[in-house]
Design a protein around this ligand. Structure first.
Ligand SMILES: Cc1ncc(C[n+]2csc(CCOP(=O)(O)OP(=O)(O)O)c2C)c(N)n1
Ligand SMILES: [Mg+2]
Length: 361
């Protein structure tokens, strides 16, 4: 009996896809209602983000950036999901999910300051509904359940969306957050970007479950496995999850299957030690930008010239943003002490005064 139940559940989690690797529509009825302009905008964002990622890697190697977690290979998963949101929706990112919060409104130079550990990177503009990236794996899942419940209590027509990785799906917080959001019917979307590895640990060693999406079943919420290299599928799945949440149908777990082409972070990880070049090649054939480019070219919506324009714009913007980050006054010890509390406890007040004196010397 129990074996049969497990098999029945697991086998139902097929991968949702709209565009195949060749850029052909394989699921006509699921095609999202996006205008030509919107389709082009999605492509522009993916191309732009890939260039910015390449530039960020170079800046890191030049010692000009600090912490950086590469995103190439995950553009469809990141940007297709963000595109399905309303400006007023809340994003609770993990450390790799910087593109989503930048496209949601965080200025690029502040994302660079975040990389440098500068406090101004985390001073999010009032009208940008994002939290800063979470470093503690899985913590953002519980926080998202809380934010979503808060939105519901306030009667807002908005959702809270969060991102974690395949590794994050093994954390206790992951189950707690989904279960809580399910129990309270909170308007939350939980995205697991399954990029196949948690640093060097392959997803097969992460869980006995065949899919991560099926983990939704235990929490009594919807779960869907999505081709995370297909921007249209990611967009459509997120849009549906959002509508369900706002219609009172509770949270959804989305597993976006994707791949990170680069190292885990720029802090010395060497993927050749745990991944084969065959596996890299296999995933590069599924590239989100290649297939979407093909789709748009067939529709007469994209060209080499158009792409070059976006590439140039991305390079210019990165240059301007890093310049602005460089021009931001250097962080002082007193800044760190001062920004943490509204009213400083006595011991920190003493330290603040000591450092003020030192800094004025
Ligand atoms: C609670 C906690 N444990 C361990 C770490 C160290 N750590 C940082 S990234 C990472 C792997 C996470 O992999 P995954 O969730 O798949 O996300 P990805 O980096 O692949 O996007 C680990 C173990 C951490 N940051 N937090
Ligand atoms: Mg991972």
């Amino acid at each position: 009996m129990a074996t049969k139940t497990l098999e029945q559940i697991e086998n139902q989690f097929e991968t949702f896809q709209i565009l195949n690797e060749k850029g052909e529509v394989v699921n006509e009825e699921a095609l999202p209602d996006l205008s030509d302009e919107e389709l082009v905008e999605l492509m522009e964002r993916m191309v732009y983000t890939r260039i910015w990622d390449q530039r960020a890697i170079s800046l890191n190697r030049q010692g000009r950036l600090g912490f950086y977690a590469p995103v190439a290979g995950q553009e469809a998963s990141m940007l297709g999901s963000q595109y399905a949101l309303d400006k007023e929706d809340w994003i609770l990112p993990g450390y790799r999910d910087v593109p989503q919060i930048v496209w949601h409104g965080l200025p690029l130079y502040q994302a660079f300051l975040y990389s440098r550990g500068h406090f101004h990177g985390g001073q999010i503009p009032e009208d940008v509904n994002v939290l800063m990236p979470q470093i503690i794996i899985g913590a953002q899942i519980v926080q998202t359940a809380g934010v979503a419940l808060g939105l519901k209590r306030k009667g807002k027509e908005n959702v809270a969306i969060t991102y974690t990785g395949d590794g994050g799906a093994s954390q206790g917080d992951f189950y707690e957050g989904m279960n809580f959001a399910g129990a309270y019917n909170a308007p939350a979307i939980f995205v697991v970007q399954n990029n196949q590895f948690a640093i060097s640990v392959p997803v097969e060693q992460q869980s006995a479950a065949k899919t991560i999406a099926q983990k939704a079943v235990a929490a009594g919420i919807r779960g869907l496995r999505v081709d995370g290299m297909d921007v249209l599928a990611v967009y459509a799945a997120t849009k549906e999850a959002r509508e369900n949440a706002l219609n009172g149908n509770g949270p959804t777990l989305l597993e976006n299957d994707c791949y990170r082409y680069g190292p885990h972070t720029m802090a010395g990880d060497d993927p050749t030690r745990y991944r084969t070049s065959e596996l890299d090649d296999e995933w590069e054939k599924k590239d989100p930008i290649v297939r979407f480019r093909k789709y748009l070219e067939d529709k007469g919506l994209w060209s080499e010239d158009k792409e070059n324009e976006v590439v140039d714009k991305a390079k210019e913007d990165v240059k301007a943003a890093i310049k602005k980050a460089d021009e931001t006054p250097k962080q002082k010890v007193t800044d760190l002490i001062d920004i943490m509390h509204e009213k400083l406890p006595a011991n920190l007040q003493k330290q603040l005064e000591e450092y003020r004196e030192k800094e004025s010397e």
